[in-house]
Design a protein around this ligand. Structure first.
Ligand SMILES: [Zn+2]
Length: 383
């Protein structure tokens, strides 16, 4: 077939799906099947910040010069107090923090208003990432009445989170919802002559306000009621993946258990391989009727006659060897006696080899004794 035609055909085949439901419908359907609720996103997919507006004037990630891991707590605290009393002298101050514990699979956030000595905390949906929790705390601080309804127009939000960097980004890849929300809040505060600064500070350096916010966020894991926030699309995707995988695993486990696949089946399995490969080969040869017995070899013109090597006037067939040949009489008696115990007399070869329609445990019993017969008589060496 010419490649061009092949290509056209496959394109046509693909286009059969053109009447399928659209992507949004399929996503909604999948989410409802997996019991994932999506709060419809009403914020725009683009930041409110105009190109001429410099968001860096509202954010500060520099804390002090030459700050390293070895900078002592004491120096950091002195630096903070100096900054707090000079640059942010006549400012309202809110400390924010977010927290996530992997063990308890819980996310939370808190704010601490220094002047009023008020802490507020939230337990957030467990799939919320820690950076989202930090951003959430900043957003809550910015919209707090302490900031919005106050004669003092200068405010500083202290955060120890790198989320300040994502606020500086006007085209973030993740957490767009909350970042754009923060952008528009800052813009509207600025329009109302507020001066807002989000200041990064180092964590766990014994800065009092920061420690209180940190403790409050950790305490918030124990709150019973979860505060619902708009789910970020990346979290929804993660949730869909996890739940689909879990569903599939449940389905698979269930299917494997109920259909008695060999994985979980502990009942006797007479038809699976035994440890003796020679015995398996022998049984397969009998089942497929391709043996090395003379009757068969004669038919394919390897042997000159089909007669039993011990009886001479009888054809050497499976039936003869199993049921009639006097050479194996004593062992045959043992086999037939054993079968009488489960009320089987005059068995034919098929019954001895397959157990036919008998219950599973009887099949197992029969095959076990047939195997003993084949081994004791050394028939396995001639079949
Ligand atoms: Zn014979």
């Amino acid at each position: 077939m010419p490649i061009k035609k092949l290509l056209n055909d496959s394109i046509e085949e693909c286009n059969q799906n053109i009447n399928k439901e659209n992507l949004v419908n399929r996503v909604m359907k999948t989410c409802s099947e997996l019991k994932i609720t999506i709060i419809t996103n009403v914020t725009s997919n683009i930041t409110q910040i105009p190109p001429w507006f410099n968001i860096y004037q509202n954010t500060e990630t520099n804390f002090m010069q030459n700050l390293t891991k070895d900078t002592s707590e004491e120096i950091i605290r002195i630096q903070f107090n100096m900054m707090d009393k000079t640059i942010y002298k006549d400012h309202k101050k809110i400390f924010t923090d977010g927290s996530k514990t992997e063990e308890a699979n819980s996310t939370s956030a808190a704010i601490f208003i220094k002047d009023k000595n008020i802490t507020t905390m939230w337990k957030l949906p467990k799939e919320t990432q820690v950076i989202e929790a930090e951003l959430f705390a900043i957003k809550e601080a910015l919209t707090h009445s302490y900031i919005t309804n106050n004669k003092i127009k200068n405010s500083v939000i202290y955060t120890d989170s790198k989320s300040v960097h994502s606020i500086q980004n006007t085209n973030p890849k993740k957490y767009k919802n909350i970042i754009f929300e923060i952008h528009s809040i800052i813009l509207s505060l600025m329009e109302n002559k507020h001066k807002i600064m989000i200041q990064w500070i180092p964590a766990h350096k014994n800065i009092k306000g920061n420690e209180i916010a940190d403790l409050a966020a950790k305490t918030a894991h124990n709150i019973n009621e979860t505060f619902n926030i708009t789910k970020d699309i990346s979290n929804v995707i993660k949730e869909i993946k996890n739940k689909s995988l879990k569903n599939w695993e449940e389905y698979l486990t269930n299917a494997l258990n109920t259909k008695n696949y060999y994985l979980k089946n502990t009942s006797p399995q007479p038809w699976t391989r035994s440890k003796n490969r020679k015995l398996d080969t022998c049984i397969t040869r009998i089942k497929t009727k391709h043996t090395r017995l003379k009757h068969h070899l004669h038919r394919i013109k390897i042997e000159t006659d089909p007669f039993c090597r011990w009886c001479l006037n009888q054809e050497e067939t499976v039936e003869h060897i199993f049921l009639h040949c006097p050479r194996f009489n004593s062992n045959r008696v043992v086999l037939l006696e054993a079968l009488k115990k489960i009320k089987i007399s005059n068995p034919n070869v098929k019954q001895l080899i397959t157990g036919e329609d008998l219950p599973e445990d009887q099949k197992y019993y029969i095959l076990r004794h047939t195997k003993i017969f084949l081994l004791k008589t050394k028939i396995i060496d001639i079949i």
